[in-house]
Design a binder for this molecule. Structure first.
Ligand SMILES: [Zn+2]
Ligand SMILES: [Zn+2]
Length: 327
């Protein structure tokens, strides 16, 4: 099968012909229909998030069809459309797994990180960690749901009871979550890279109540803030934009250093917290609400072979919405 392989950190992915993987017990072989390109993939390729092994196939927003089942797989039929996301497996027995925090499991295996991912024609996923997806949608429309949507939704759930929200960084996750927030009657203010008029226009088109540079103050104090941009300098800014008792959620897996800040920005019971990975419960909840909204991803598709071009577009902030690879 063709795959785009990371062989060295900082090097472009290489197109290779790999043997077709075989599903082991509890696993399913998926023929990839589409795979989203995530900021995390870029962090792994660039070494900000060091890959646990090389060579490695990236990609954890995979829409595929089951074409072979390993021993003991139940509840999956051949030909069924399934999604494979970042959480590729968890131990099920540790204290985190037992208390509903499998996202923090120390034995968790992440797709496109510990397990080979979807920048390929096929991948093997654990059936218990693959999600049934709607059959009638085009695959490229669903791929961004699987990380931008799922992990974005985990972050969003932490501020869900708030009505006035700020989204910092208006990329793949923000443009999906804005649609959910609008559907739930919330007001969203979008902060973009200073001077990025295209991103402002995009946010306003999707229903943001206001869009401005990340250096600007919002029209009113925020009740909740979601930081999607991997920019530590935005942390004190988001706290300053947030009212007493407000929540600032850091949604990324990697962020540049957070600058020193005065305690008064955090005081008055503002809450600052990160989000790591996702649980299957987050996935279930998002996949239930997304078709109802319905969450429509703006995508730019690239042939699998052009994964490097897609990553470069992401690096340079040139994407409108999400990049998706089609094998
Ligand atoms: Zn565990
Ligand atoms: Zn991701």
């Amino acid at each position: 099968m063709r795959a785009m392989v990371l062989k060295a950190v900082g090097a472009p992915l290489a197109l290779e012909d790999l043997p077709l993987p075989t599903p082991g017990p509890g696993e399913v072989l998926l023929k990839v229909e589409a795979c989203g390109v995530c900021r995390t993939d870029q962090h792994i390729a660039d070494g900000e998030l060091p890959p646990p092994r090389l060579p490695l196939v990236l990609g954890h927003q995979v829409v595929g069809r089951a074409v072979a089942l390993g021993e003991g797989v139940e509840g999956v039929s051949l030909g069924q459309r399934l999604g494979a996301g970042w959480l590729g497996g968890a131990c099920g027995t540790c204290k985190y797994c037992r208390r509903g925090q499998e996202n923090l499991c120390r034995q968790a295996a992440f797709t496109g990180y510990h397990r080979d991912g979807g920048y390929a024609e096929y991948l093997v996923a654990r059936a218990a960690f693959a999600y049934p997806l709607p059959e009638e949608w085009p695959p490229e429309a669903l791929a961004p749901w699987l990380c931008a949507g799922l992990i974005g939704y985990r972050a969003y759930r932490l501020v869900q009871d708030r009505q006035v929200l700020g989204f910092y960084g208006f990329g793949a996750a923000a443009h999906l979550l804005l649609q959910v927030a609008k559907h739930q009657g919330k007001r969203v203010y979008a902060f973009v890279r200073p001077g990025d008029e295209a991103a402002k226009g995009f946010a306003l088109e999707l229903g943001a109540a206001w869009a401005g540079d990340s250096t600007e103050a919002p029209p009113e104090p925020l009740e909740g803030a979601l930081l999607f941009a991997p920019v530590g300098a935005l942390v004190p800014k988001a706290l300053a934009d947030t009212e007493p008792g407000g929540v600032v959620v850091l949604a990324g897996i990697h962020m540049s250093p957070i600058p020193e800040m005065p305690y008064r920005l955090l005081w008055e019971e503002r809450v600052l917290r990160s989000v790591a990975n996702l649980t299957r419960e987050d996935a279930r909840a998002f996949l239930e609400i997304a078709p109802q909204v319905p969450v429509r991803a703006a995508v730019e598709t690239f042939p699998l072979e052009e994964a490097n071009r897609a990553l470069e577009a992401l690096r340079q902030g040139r994407l409108r919405g999400a990049a998706v690879l089609l094998p």
